[in-house]
Write a protein that binds this ligand. Structure first.
Ligand code: ATP
Ligand code: MG
Length: 258
C-alpha cells in the first residue's frame, strides 16, 4: 500500500498548554483512518495542522501527490450557511473546482460538477438553494464540493454529527465507497464508535497530549472501556482510571504502532 500522508512528530502548544505531543502517523491510499477522542483532545487541531491553517511548533506534514501541488479536500465540523443564501447547490459544488479564476465554467468543469453530484447522490438537488437543503443533503453537497478538486487526501471533521442515525450511516458508507473507488486516503473524526468500528481501517485514539494508533480490531478490543473514556457517564473517576490504563499502555509501548 502506498502512503499518501505523513504526519511527522507534530507538537502544538496553545497558551502554554501542549495539545498535540510528538504525534506521528501515516495514511495510505484507499485507507480510512478514524480519529476518536474526547472533546478538546486536539482532533480538529490535527486536521488544521494538516491543512496548513495551524503551524506546529515542531514537526511536519507531507503529502505524496501526482499533482503539481498536493490537494486536500476538507469538510469542516460546522459551517454557517444562511437559509436565504441565494446560491444553488450546483454552483456551491463548482466553487470547489481548482483554479476557479474564470467567471464561467468549461464543458469539462461542468461535467465534473455533475459527476461529483451524481457520486454523492445530490444531482437531484442541483437547482435548489443550498440554504434550503436538509442537514443530510447539505453534508453530501459539502462532500461533493470537497471532491471536486480531486483531493489526494480527504479530511472529515465530524461531518455526520448533526444527522439522524440512518443519514450518518449512509454518509459514512458513501465516504467508504469513495475511499476505495478513488483510492484516496481519508481521515474522519467521529464520536460514533459504531460507525468508526464499521468503516475505519485503522483508528487513531487521541487524548490530550497522548495517542495510540492501530488496527480497528486492536483499538476496539476494549470497546466498553473506550466508550466510557469517550462518553463518561457519571464521574471523572472512571475517565481517570481508563485514561491511566491507556497511558500506562502507551508508556509500555504495547499497542503503539505506526
Ligand atoms: N487557535 C486556538 N488557540 C488557542 N487554543 C485553541 C485553538 N484551537 C483550539 N484550541 C484549544 O485546543 C484544544 C483542542 O481543541 P480541538 O478543537 O482540537 O479539540 P477537538 O478534539 O476537536 O474537540 P471536539 O471533540 O470538541 O471537537 C481545546 O482546548 C481548544 O480550546
Ligand atoms: Mg473538533
Amino acid at each position: 500500500m502506498f502512503k499518501t500522508l505523513d504526519v511527522d512528530h507534530i507538537n502544538v502548544i496553545f497558551n502554554g498548554e501542549r495539545i498535540l505531543k510528538d504525534l506521528s502517523f501515516s495514511v495510505h491510499k484507499g485507507e480510512m483512518l478514524g480519529v476518536i477522542g474526547p472533546n478538546g483532545a486536539g482532533k480538529s487541531t490535527l486536521l488544521k495542522v494538516i491543512l496548513g491553517l495551524i503551524t506546529p511548533q515542531e514537526g511536519k506534514v507531507s503529502i505524496q501527490s501526482t499533482n503539481k501541488k498536493p490537494v486536500i479536500g476538507y469538510v469542516p465540523q460546522s459551517r454557517l450557511i444562511d437559509a436565504d443564501m441565494p446560491i444553488r447547490a450546483w454552483d456551491f459544488v463548482s466553487l470547489g473546482l481548482p483554479n476557479m479564476i474564470r467567471p464561467w465554467l468549461t464543458r469539462r468543469e461542468r461535467n465534473k460538477v455533475s459527476k461529483m453530484m451524481e457520486e454523492t447522490d445530490t444531482i437531484h438537488l442541483a437547482m435548489k438553494p443550498i440554504g434550503k437543503l436538509s442537514g443530510g443533503e447539505k453534508q453530501r453537497v459539502y462532500l461533493a464540493q470537497a471532491l471536486a478538486r480531486d483531493p489526494d487526501v480527504l479530511l472529515l471533521d465530524e461531518s455526520t454529527s448533526n444527522l439522524d442515525p440512518d443519514a450518518q450511516e449512509a454518509m459514512t458508507s458513501l465516504v467508504h465507497h469513495l475511499c476505495e473507488s478513488r483510492n484516496i486516503g481519508i481521515i474522519f473524526i467521529s464520536h460514533d464508535l459504531h460507525l468508526v468500528k464499521k468503516y475505519a481501517h485503522r483508528i487513531l485514539h487521541m487524548t490530550r497530549g497522548q495517542y495510540i494508533i492501530g488496527k480497528t480490531e486492536e483499538i476496539m478490543k476494549d470497546e466498553k472501556e473506550l466508550s466510557l473514556c469517550l462518553h463518561p457517564p457519571y464521574s471523572d473517576e472512571s475517565i481517570t482510571s481508563v485514561d491511566q490504563q491507556i497511558n500506562q499502555e502507551i508508556n509500555d509501548e504495547r499497542i503503539r504502532t505506526y
